[in-house]
Design a protein around this ligand. Structure first.
Ligand SMILES: Cc1ncc(COP(=O)(O)O)c(C=O)c1O
Length: 305
């Protein structure tokens, strides 16, 4: 699937035409997955383009590489300016996805990656609508387990980590469902291949703790804060696989997925088999916030123009 990339990308400090941003075949990241990435959304509300939680994304961007001593040789301010700048340079006036990434460059076959290993940084963007059907998707628990802190840090958003997501997605698709749910190393619920998971039971919102190898998602954090502001109890704890089936509601959260209802899991209907009240409330709040219709959360938005 070829992305409709914008004309200009940001590459190692400069805006260049997308076809001019190339790397050698000896690039370390191609061989070993030594890349760090973020996924960010910007929303066009008819008047301006708003980047959602830019500071949090830039912070996680740098932190991911630190787990592996992979250097990001540009300041947070420079990366922030480049993310805003790539939207401006391409005169984007549509909701879009922004992908900043950095990776170990030409470093031979050396597995001893240090701060001195050469890295490249790039940012591209493309128009983006819904990832999933917002009326609800089907999901199924897959046999592959989420990798844990016993092998590689789940909080580092590394390219190589996503092989786990890819094999889980392949199994889900083979099983005829829209999305995979991965269990952690103890058999409790972890997350989906690119989304965090929330369940609703008796009016309370539950989500796996980070000890279940779930990524500390920025949308997850937003939903926790929004729910608390609405006086909905939020509990981070182990969630047993069987609790999924007896949930009143389930939804997934992520930059790409936003808030996506899950209406069926392992061929069993969740609740009434349609998005539940709390899920719908979260979807509505989230949409209002990203479209700058809720002043209480306008500090989460960075205006582009
Ligand atoms: C494995 C995984 N979990 C959860 C998420 C959701 O994180 P966020 O809300 O920060 O996009 C993502 C997406 O980045 C992801 O890749």
């Amino acid at each position: 699937m070829k992305l409709p990339l914008s004309k200009y990308v940001w590459f190692d400090g400069k805006y260049v035409l997308v076809e001019k941003a190339n790397v050698p075949i000896t690039t370390h990241a191609i061989h070993y997955g030594t890349s760090v990435f973020e996924g960010i959304r910007a929303y066009w509300n008819g008047e301006n383009l708003y980047i959602f939680r830019l500071d949090e994304h830039v912070k996680r961007f740098r932190r991911s590489g630190q787990f592996y001593n992979i250097s990001l040789n540009f300041s947070d301010n420079k990366i922030t300016d480049a993310i805003i700048g790539i939207c401006k340079k391409n005169k984007i006036k549509k909701s879009c996805y922004i992908r900043p990434f950095y990776f170990v460059g030409d470093y031979g076959i050396n597995l001893h990656v240090t701060e001195k290993a050469p890295t490249n940084v790039a940012i591209f963007t493309f128009p983006f609508g819904d990832l999933f059907n917002k009326n609800g998707i089907t999901a199924g628990v897959v046999s592959w387990k989420k990798f844990s802190d016993m092998s590689t840090p789940p909080q580092a958003k590394m390219g190589g980590n996503y092989l786990n997501s890819i094999i889980a997605t392949q199994e889900a698709k083979r099983n005829g469902v829209d999305e995979a749910i991965l269990l952690d190393h103890n058999g409790n619920v972890s997350e989906a291949p690119g989304e965090n998971i929330f369940i609703v039971r008796e009016g309370q919102l539950l989500t796996p703790a980070l000890t279940s190898s779930a990524l500390e998602g920025i949308t997850r954090d937003a939903i926790i804060k929004i729910a608390k502001d609405l006086d909905i109890d939020v509990i981070e704890r182990d969630i047993a696989r069987s609790e999924l089936i007896i949930s009143d509601e389930i939804f997934l959260t992520g930059t790409a997925a936003e808030v996506t209802p899950v209406i069926e899991i392992d061929s069993k209907k969740i609740g009434k088999g349609k998005p539940g009240d709390i899920t719908m409330k979260m979807m509505q709040e989230y949409t209002d916030i990203v479209m700058n219709k809720n002043n209480d959360y306008s500090h989460w938005l960075t205006k582009v123009y």
